[in-house]
Design a protein around this ligand. Structure first.
Ligand code: PHB
Length: 551
């Protein structure tokens, strides 16, 4: 397709960089990006500098990594779509009930794209991620969506099959060994006819040996004439070691259908949400960044990307005027960005001069980032903190028993500490600053204190009442400072990391020899740095967990 004259070239290039990083599972070297995008090195450098300033990528030496913040683009699409918010809990409950994976997918032209995954991790089968795109004809949801296809859609599908017979453009699936032939294509046509007649469809190892699935459409509450097209398709996915396609159909299909009926009721009865607030002052921010970074900041790229975040919950369809208002951009700028996105299939015109995001927005980083863990999120922030304060920093969580803390991320300085801590190290919760921060949140719910409060040094608090008292003040002051209670000469200060609901899910600390900082300096110098870092980690965590589960 020819690029429209008014399309914004730097925006097209920036999107190309994000998509190549996504295809490469989130990381490429700068020279790898140069090869993959065929852009000049100086262009790649300026684009990555701009994306880094936006918090969408992180440049670490020669490597460029996608950052969790980028998920705000996919989140804008998923929030506008609303289906995950309304249906994910039911999909998860069905996965628990059946002990099989359950997914939700939407149509993306002649492919299907996942918007939710309740995955039972199992050996032997590959599992797909939110945002992964699969060729319709190799899936169970595909024929259900194809029942809605027009002659033009079928034509486009035939052209794609001819141009890419081995599915090489679908990087989430293993390529076909032999290019598909006319018989394969006929099979999809007849599977679509059966899907229309049955109201369900099967995938009997079309993606890879062993992988089987059964799917049912979740019908939209909005009828087109007297027909309700699928809003999405729900699938139960299993493996031939547990189910054949036939047994999926006879045993699990009825339970999937029952869950889908409930999902449809949920869609029918929930009124549209009021428009959420768009982000503020983005245009001001891009202007300030331009002033700071000068030539390395490509303002047209940054401005263009902010257009995607104008959409969101209660804001699924926007006019040009609304996009301009939401972003603070000039109408002409917003218009050219929308033209560019329409050309890239990231935005589609809907109804009366309005636009909506397409599922393809999820191809901007979502699949690899949806598998991020809290230690992954925290690590770069710990590195920054360690390089600023020149002390080791760590992240820890509470063990299930609540007796111990376990280190899950750590950035050490060269200095030798007598406590030898590596990832996975466990220490008693009651005698560590990390542990006290974690216990302080738990004791709100009246969880019992650790049993065994033995003295580890002459300073260790071993009295239950004193410990309870200390935890109360940790909770009210928002940090824990522990001085030589775990080991003589060792001092540590820790702050909580909270999830979207406000629960403390981890703690962040720095520990040092007592001679390096007085207790007072810990609070005046180190605490503000720790708190600022915790805020950055929380911001990434909250973006990443809006529609995905972060372990
Ligand atoms: C999946 O959710 O992983 C899935 C769903 C339907 C298929 C294949 C895989 O046909």
């Amino acid at each position: 397709m020819v690029t429209p004259d008014e399309a914004v070239t730097p925006l097209i290039r920036g999107i190309t960089v994000l998509r190549e990083l996504t295809e490469a599972d989130g990381t490429l070297s700068l020279s790898g990006l140069e090869r993959a995008t065929r852009l000049a090195r100086s262009t790649v450098d300026r684009i990555t500098a701009t994306l880094a300033r936006m918090g969408y990528v992180r440049v670490d030496g020669r490597d460029v990594h996608l950052s969790p913040r980028l998920m705000e683009l996919g989140n804008a699409y998923l929030a506008a779509l609303r289906l995950p918010a309304l249906l994910a809990a039911r999909a998860d409950a069905l996965a628990d009930e059946l002990d099989e994976s359950v997914s939700l997918a939407v149509a993306d032209r002649d492919g299907i794209r996942f918007i939710h995954q309740a995955t039972r991790r199992r050996a032997m089968s590959l599992s797909f991620r939110i945002g992964d795109l699969l060729p319709a004809e190799r899936t169970a949801p595909g024929p259900l969506f194809a029942t809605e296809w027009t002659a033009t859609d079928w034509q486009r599908w035939r052209e794609r099959r001819a141009a890419d017979p081995r599915d090489l453009s679908f990087t989430a699936v293993p390529p076909r060994k032999y290019g598909a032939d006319a018989r394969d294509d006929e099979m999809f046509v007849s599977r679509t006819q059966e899907a229309a007649a049955n109201g369900w469809a099967l995938d009997d190892q079309l993606i890879e040996p062993g992988l089987v699935a059964v799917s049912v459409p979740v019908r939209s509450p909005h009828a087109v004439g007297d027909h309700r097209p699928p809003a999405c398709v729900a699938s139960v996915v299993s493996h031939t070691s547990r189910h054949t396609a036939h047994s999926l159909r006879t045993t699990l299909l009825p339970r999937l259908q029952a869950a889908v009926t409930q999902m449809e009721q949920e869609l029918d009865r929930t009124p549209p949400p009021p428009p959420g607030t768009p982000p503020t002052n983005l245009a001001l921010w891009t202007g300030a960044s331009k002033q700071r970074l000068g030539r390395d900041f490509i303002e047209s790229l940054a401005r263009g990307l902010t257009v995607l975040t104008a959409f969101g919950e209660g804001r699924p369809e926007l006019t040009l005027t609304e996009v301009a208002q939401a972003t603070g951009l000039a109408r002409a700028t917003a218009r050219r960005a929308l033209i560019t996105y329409e050309h890239l299939d990231l935005v589609t015109p809907t109804g009366d001069r309005t636009f909506a995001l397409t599922p393809r927005v999820l191809s901007l980083g979502f699949p690899p980032l949806s598998r991020t863990t809290l230690p992954d999120i925290a690590h770069p922030h710990l590195s920054d903190l360690t390089s600023r304060i020149h002390e080791s920093t760590s992240l820890a969580v509470l063990s299930e028993s609540g007796e111990e803390i376990q280190y899950t991320a750590r950035v050490a300085t060269g200095r030798v500490m007598s406590v030898n801590i590596t990832l996975g190290t466990r220490l008693p919760a009651y005698a560590t600053a990390l542990g006290r921060v974690l216990l302080a949140d738990r004791t709100i719910g009246q969880a019992p204190l650790p049993h065994d409060l033995r003295p580890l040094t002459p300073h260790t608090i071993t009295d239950k009442q004193r410990l309870t008292h200390t935890l109360t003040s940790v909770r009210s002051q928002g940090y824990a400072l522990v001085d030589e209670e775990l080991e003589e000469g060792l001092r540590s200060i820790a702050v909580p990391i909270r999830d979207r609901s406000g629960r403390v899910v981890a703690a962040l600390n720095t520990a040092m020899h007592a001679s390096r900082h007085s207790l007072r300096e810990c609070v005046t110098d180190l605490l503000p740095e720790l708190t600022a870092t915790a805020t950055r980690i929380e911001s990434d965590l909250h973006t990443a967990t809006r529609f995905t589960h972060v372990p």
